[in-house]
Design a protein around this ligand. Structure first.
Ligand code: CU
Length: 103
């Protein structure tokens, strides 16, 4: 088998391997993200479940922001391997950490 054909076979094998994307829930209750610290992989989705009667955000300065309406959920699919600290724009004491690694 030529080297070129070997690469094609490998691409087929790895290309069809199932990707185990997960949804990770972070609950917001009484102005606290729980768990505060989450480890995830690229492709996973973070789902924030807001149990409070007012809106929150998950905000990364200079990057993304997710608005989480009262008594509702909001989600974000992670696309970048990075470790970030996030906070709520309305309640800056609310803090969380997200460590995203390559799949
Ligand atoms: Cu908030």
């Amino acid at each position: 088998m030529s080297k070129r054909h070997l690469w094609i076979v490998m691409a087929l094998v790895f290309g069809t391997a199932p990707v185990q994307a997960e949804t990770i829930q972070v609950t917001i209750d009484k102005l606290v993200f729980s768990p505060a610290s989450v480890e995830a992989k690229v492709g996973d989705t973070i789902e924030w479940v807001n149990k409070d009667a007012f809106a929150h955000t998950a905000t990364v300065k200079g990057s993304w922001e997710v608005m989480i309406p009262p008594k509702a959920t909001a989600s974000l699919t992670l696309k970048t391997a990075e470790a970030v600290d996030y906070f709520c724009r309305f309640h800056p004491n609310m803090k969380g950490q997200l460590t995203v690694t390559a799949p």
